[in-house]
Design a binder for this molecule. Structure first.
Ligand code: PRP
Length: 202
């Protein structure tokens, strides 16, 4: 227990990685382990490699959340992909989606005629993705598909066709693997829920 602060044995069994003890003290439950994420990404990477062979694929990561996913997923795709990023932010409280999206950083290049795969960490209400898909469709790419690591079950406010989905999860607030609360937890290698107290003191 030395060096692990206030973690009890039971808590340590729930959050066993020791990745960042100060952060992990705030974790309630690991929903998807690092191993499960990497196995799934390898599988998705193989599928994407098959689907896009012989084409010119542009991966577009949606910042900030997708930076971890982009780094891992792109290395499981065995094709000469190009990468670009968009940075978006939704207005509103930290754990709620307001539906209004601001583009903070746009793509660096014209994407007309390119095969785009939009890479998102999570589809929650779906409003961010809906906005981005409409925006990118207007730039006349050859094709436009989505890869999302997580999709919350049954709470999308718009119909979305997400071709590659890593995991369907219950509609709980989650952190880790790029997802934050108050800009923290993005560097945890797994997906977890936070203890209720964490919302007050992080
Ligand atoms: C998160 C996430 C998605 C979006 C999903 O981004 O990365 O982009 O919310 O929510 P929605 O389906 O309800 O629209 P956030 O606005 O928290 O920004 P961040 O990625 O910079 O943390």
């Amino acid at each position: 227990m030395e060096g692990r602060g206030a973690l009890s044995e039971i808590e340590e069994a729930v959050v066993p990685t020791g990745h960042a003890p100060e952060l992990e003290r705030e974790i309630e439950r690991v929903l998807i382990t690092e191993r499960e994420i990497q196995d799934k990404l390898r599988e998705l990477g193989e599928q994407i490699t098959r689907d896009y062979r012989g084409r010119e694929l542009l991966l577009v990561g949606v910042l900030k959340g997708a930076f971890v996913l982009m780094a891992d997923l792109s290395r499981y795709i065995h094709l000469p992909v190009e990468t670009d990023f968009m940075a978006v932010a939704s207005y509103g409280a930290a754990t709620k989606t307001s539906g209004v999206v601001r583009i903070l950083k746009d793509l660096d290049h014209d994407v007309e005629g390119q095969d785009i795969l939009l890479v998102e960490d999570i589809v929650d209400s779906g409003l961010t993705l809906n906005y981005l898909l409409k925006n990118l469709r207007g730039r006349r790419p050859a094709s436009l598909e989505v890869c999302a690591l997580l999709k919350k079950t049954g709470i999308q406010r718009v119909h979305l066709d997400v071709r590659y989905v890593g995991f369907e999860i219950p509609p709980e607030f989650v952190v880790g693997y790029g997802l934050d609360f108050a800009e923290k937890f993005r560097n945890l290698p797994y997906i977890a829920t936070l203890r209720p107290e964490a919302y007050g003191d992080v």
